[in-house]
Design a protein around this ligand. Structure first.
Ligand code: EPZ
Length: 418
């Protein structure tokens, strides 16, 4: 199991490019199951979760290929099975995203129930509620979701809770359903818009992606398409926090400033000078210690839960006391225990963390527990005095493309040891 060895090394500076968005690439790869023909993707990030998705599609008989860096092709016309096995699903919950497309295109699917994960129970009841509303017969048997539908029918579906992959699963299913589907209280993340744009390129009829109400007019068939995946706003946001926590100056390029509104507001509140252009964002801390910020996580366009851990790390070094409330997941404070090992002053009260900033933290051995928690530990280690070792960095490899290389280019002293 790889470890990171990180030496606190002063302010970061320079330019770094965002990679393609993990949470756009995963549903879009699964959308290849909807079409007769080939899906050609570019700007696909080189991440463990993308490799897992490719394996999942390939074991179904999808012809997948990676003709070059960031490129990916998939042709599902010859698939041999509609089963997503436990061995793969247990390593990546997003495997649930094959359910909607298989049901819509092939009329049946067997997907292992994704277990919970470190940050919460992560139920999929809303995915199943929506598919049942569209006429699917669904049974839970032996840890599998077994679903059948002769042809899905358009329906009006209301999500009690905003769910990103729930919206994506039903968006894909509705594209080939008979009639019109309306998704109410739908998720509004930029990754939903990217998926909708890709489906539209395949011939789908979609209105309202990015708003709370999405209307889909089902079509009989979808054809092959080419699509470039949007930049990863969470990876990019993580690098901007790296600039702030190290009191440096970093320009993030190949990004979309509009996808990070809430994060940029918080960085400004922390005292950073933020400037933006067409496809870049610059954060300049001017050597100053950050000011404490308060935040609570919400569905997009609110403050993203995937940036909560990174801002907790920032608050650990800030001037003042910051409160961080996590409203999306029930157990997404595991980074707090590890930050305490670096000398942070954090008090957890239910879903709220009260962080009293310290001028300096001290390096220590810590352990990654989930994807964004490990990113927070990397950020805290970059600004700490002395050496930090982070164990179980496979968590971080799931969502960050060569993070040690990118941060190293900005001046961080970070080394991967086997
Ligand atoms: C997506 O997960 C992301 N993953 C997560 O990113 C992200 O944290 C999350 O959305 C919230 O933004 C991908 O896109 C692959 P949800 P998802 O369904 O879709 C409850 C990362 O770091 N819920 O929006 O699984 C659920 O328990 C990952 O890249 C139900 O109750 O999250 C949670 O409290 C971590 N029933 C809330 O909704 C359901 O059927 C939001 O979950 C579905 C969800």
């Amino acid at each position: 199991m790889d470890k990171f060895l990180i030496e606190g090394n002063g302010p970061l500076s320079g330019e770094v490019a965002a990679s393609g968005a993990k949470n756009a690439a995963l549903p879009i790869l699964c959308a290849s199951l909807l079409i007769d023909g080939e899906l050609n993707l570019s700007n696909v990030p080189d991440l463990h979760d993308v490799v897992t998705t490719k394996k999942l599609l390939a074991q179904m008989g999808v012809a997948v290929a990676s003709p070059g860096p960031g490129l990916f092709t998939a042709d599902a016309s010859g698939i041999t099975t509609c089963v997503a096995p436990y061995e793969l699903v247990k390593t990546m919950r997003a495997s649930i995203l094959v359910l909607g497309p298989l049901l819509a295109k092939r009329g049946h699917a067997e997907v292992s129930l994704p277990g919970g994960c470190a940050i919460g129970a992560r139920p999929v009841d809303l995915h199943l509620m929506g598919l049942k509303a569209m006429g699917a017969e669904i049974e839970l048997e032996g840890g599998f979701i077994k679903a059948r539908a002769t042809r899905l029918k358009g329906a009006r579906i209301y999500f009690d809770t905003v769910t990103v992959t729930g919206t994506e699963n039903l968006l894909m299913a509705a594209a080939l359903a008979d009639g019109e589907t309306v998704l109410e209280n739908a998720a509004r993340e930029p990754e939903i818009v990217d998926l909708a744009n890709c489906l539209t390129a395949m011939g789908a009829k979609i209105r309202g992606a990015g708003t709370g109400t999405i209307v889909i007019k089902g079509v009989a068939n979808l054809h092959g398409a080419s699509h470039a995946v949007i930049p990863d706003r969470i990876e990019g946001g993580t690098f901007l926090v790296a600039a702030a926590i190290s009191r440096g100056k970093v320009r993030l390029v190949k990004t979309d400033p509009n996808a990070l509104d809430a994060v940029l507001v918080k960085l400004q509140q922390a005292g950073a000078r933020v400037s933006t252009g067409e496809d870049w964002i610059e954060v300049d801390m001017q050597g100053r210690r950050p000011a404490s910020i308060n935040l609570h996580t919400m569905a997009h366009p609110g403050f993203p839960t995937d940036m909560q851990a990174q801002f907790m790390a920032l608050d650990c070094y800030a001037e003042g006391v910051g409160t961080i409330r996590e409203t999306i997941f029930e157990n997404r404070f595991m980074h707090a225990q590890e930050l305490l090992r670096l000398g942070a002053d954090i008090r957890i009260e239910g879903n709220t963390a009260i962080v009293t900033g310290r001028e300096k933290l001290t390096g220590a051995p810590v352990m990654a527990t989930d994807l964004r928690a490990s990113a927070a530990l990397v950020l805290a280690a970059i600004a700490a005095e002395g050496t930090t070792t982070i164990d179980r960095v496979y968590h971080i490899d799931r969502g960050y493309e060569h993070i040690e290389t990118k941060l190293g280019q900005l001046g961080a002293k970070i080394q991967r040891v086997k």
